[in-house]
Design a protein around this ligand. Sequence first.
Ligand SMILES: NCc1[nH]cc(CCC(=O)O)c1CC(=O)O
Length: 317
Amino acid sequence: MASIPLPTPARPLRIGTRASPLALAQANMAAAALVAAHGLDLAALEIVPMTATGDRIQDRALAEVGGKALWTRELDAALDAGEIDIAVHSLKDVETLRDPRFALIAMLERADPRDRLVVRDGIDGTAIAELPQGARLGTSSPRRAAQVRRLRPDIETTLLRGNVATRLGKLAAGDVDATLLAAAGLDRLGMYEVGQVIPIDLLLPAASQGAIGIECRADDAATRALLAAVDHAATHAAVAAERAFLAGLGGDCRSPVAAHAHWRHDGTLRLDAEIYSEDGAEHVAGHALVSDAAAAADLARRLLDEAPEAVRSLFAA
Ligand SMILES: NCc1[nH]cc(CCC(=O)O)c1CC(=O)O
């Protein structure tokens, strides 16, 4: 194979990212992986932070805002215009159907995919089952709201938006009694002690949760080669199955859908998935061994076929 032209301080690789502390931490993880894989000079990389539409809108549920690509539009435009060379994303927030001008080449090794329950001072209990009767749970995730309401119909769910620190601040201020946050995000912010982890079999995570994706322009062969060296193949295949399931449903990160794939000891990949009605009162769950995207899409079709009307009607596909 021909050698890859490496970025240099004179011609740095520009890494586009959202400007939130979590996004910056993730961009730095991607940078560190590239430095390690290629023996780059740190000065050969430049982090380029930008604000996404989703960051600007703070007062409404993103599901209401409508429109697509609330987290990717600005980075896509910068990538397309050649202002950045790569974009680093929380894959959970990236649409399953991407513009073919962009290529998702690499995923870093997935972190803890689980959610953690965080309660405010004065609330006893660290598990969902232990929350006080009628507790108020803040979340911006239709999945988390539906899952909690299924387990605890007495719990009231309200909208809680903003980056991780903002949400924790609103929790501390008593706006809500509890919230759910991704363990991966908390850990990447150094908040290892915040919240109580919820087992996967109690609260199945969102498709792609804990996975960081790195994209470049599809026609940028040099950058593709650079990124391919930091791809974690096992993560990539598992997350691709989760995303194929979501795509098969016609869902996105605003759908009450959970999907998690994990490698079994015999080398097969098992995909577990659940789809909920908005209030969590109804749901359908299933699993399959998935050797390719088609098998994940098959599971989506099977679950939609089995789903009660309140669930199926959420997916107009
Ligand atoms: N929707 C926001 C978002 N997107 C990715 C993460 C966490 C990091 C990850 O899943 O990799 C979070 C925060 C959260 O859900 O608590």
